[in-house]
Design a protein around this ligand. Structure first.
Ligand code: PLP
Length: 422
């Protein structure tokens, strides 16, 4: 694989940007490949290599790259202007469609990223309840702001210690951690901090430590416990929204949160975030209420246009079913491959999400950390050489798009077969 041009760009980038990148996970060793073009399921780099893309920008590109309808609508919108600083019909229509798919969302606000969405959701929860503490799930990722950058401590429940320098201890102390798939630990925690917790925020399916699925009844237990303890429940569906089903994980599992955050897919590949939920909560957001939230780029016409076009495609009959069937096929075939290999690896995922864990299938963060992440990285390299781009970490999720054909998936499975063993 040629990589001179990418290597040269990275040398320059390292002097200009921390770690040479704009977001940490992109810092692939010894250097990332620099993309010059994307189309359908493929990325091309500046050295002329072509990769089948299973990263898909970490989730948004569910229709693959440069989907013709999204492209056409965005170009059309560009002709009409790309930022107005005043409302547009686009936001009313998309808000309605989101609310129709998510019965738990009476009202919503458009923001620019998933990070902003969870930041707003937590402020709304704190503002509405008058409480400072929040509970998050160990290994759950909700973007890169202070309240949620708190590492898992040891033991079932611990007070937060910051995961990043620069997060004030005064902030971290208000973020409590609980293990995923452990309703008893949550019960103990909520009981211990009764009257102090504003909300539990969680990814219904953990997506940022590799995909980890909820055990039977777990999400319902979380719902019951939060109702019993009068604590709000926020589902962060930035990954699962419009992917597990059009109504997200909450529809798939039949569990209703008080608030929901969305992002990624609903921007069609352009920056977006959505925070929405119960009317009595959302009505307290400014300018109607006293919980402040604002943004120059909120409700960006381009993001809304791309998101609406993406939703138009996803709503077509059988679309998600077909995509999910690709996921099912991939996971089933990988399970067979992994079993034949006999190295104790496992396959996890749901819908169009999949991952091979280099270890037994984890049920939570602590178990995921036991996987062989160095072994995974070496495997990632071999796959890249074979023309397949997987996210460069054991703990990031692989995505399939609607344009990953059976043939592409078969080729990918062959590559897994020959590259899984070191
Ligand atoms: C990606 C992600 C975020 C952050 O979204 P950004 O748009 O990157 O800020 C938040 N929550 C979850 C579950 C995510 O996967």
């Amino acid at each position: 694989m040629r990589s001179d041009a990418s290597a040269k760009l990275f040398d320059r980038a390292k002097t200009l940007m921390p770690g040479g990148v704009s977001s940490p996970v992109r810092a692939i060793y010894p250097h990332p490949f620099y993309v010059s073009r994307a189309e359908g399921p493929y990325l091309w780099d500046v050295d002329g290599n072509r990769f089948i893309d299973y990263c898909l920008a970490y989730g948004p590109m569910i229709l693959g790259h440069r989907h013709p309808l999204v492209m056409e609508r965005v170009v059309d919108q560009l002709r009409k202007g790309w930022l107005y600083g005043t409302p547009s019909e686009l936001e009313v229509n998309l808000a309605q469609r989101i609310a129709d798919h998510y019965p738990s969302i009476d009202m919503l606000r458009f923001v620019n990223t998933g990070t902003e969405a969870t930041m707003a959701a937590l402020r709304i929860a704190r503002g509405a309840t008058g409480r400072d503490k929040i509970v998050k799930v160990e290994g759950g990722f909700h973007g890169a702001h202070d309240s949620v950058l708190i590492k898992a401590g040891s033991g079932a429940t611990t007070l937060g210690t910051p995961d990043s320098l620069g997060v004030p201890l005064d902030v971290a102390k208000n973020t409590l951690q609980v293990a995923y798939n452990d309703p008893e630990a949550l019960e103990t925690l909520l009981h211990r901090f009764r009257g102090e917790v504003a909300a539990v925020i969680m990814e219904p399916v953990l997506g940022n430590i590799g995909p980890i699925l909820p055990r039977e009844g777990y999400l319902q237990s979380v719902r019951d416990l939060t109702l019993d303890e009068d604590v709000l429940l926020i589902f962060d569906e930035v990954i699962t929204g419009f992917r597990l089903s059009l109504g997200g994980a909450q529809k798939h599992y039949g569990v209703t949160p008080d608030m929901t955050t969305l992002g990624k897919i609903i921007g069609g590949g352009f920056p977006i975030g959505v925070v929405g939920g119960r009317k009595d909560l959302m009505e307290q957001v400014s300018p109607g209420g006293g919980i402040y939230q604002a943004g120059t780029f909120n409700g960006s016409p381009i993001s809304l246009t791309a998101g609406t076009a993406t939703l138009d495609v996803l709503e077509k009959d059988g679309m998600l079913e077909l995509l999910n069937a690709s996921g099912e096929k991939m996971r089933k075939a990988l399970s067979d491959i992994v079993e034949d290999l006999g190295l104790g690896y496992s396959v996890s995922g749901i819908a169009s999400i999949f991952k091979v864990f280099f270890g037994k299938e984890p049920k939570n963060y602590a178990e995921a950390l036991r996987c062989d992440k160095e072994g995974y990285l070496a495997f990632f390299r071999r796959m890249l050489e074979a023309g397949i781009f997987l996210p460069p970490s054991q703990f990031e999720t692989n995505f399939i798009s609607a344009v990953h054909s059976d043939e592409i998936i078969d080729d990918t499975l062959e590559a897994y077969k020959s590259n899984l063993r070191g």
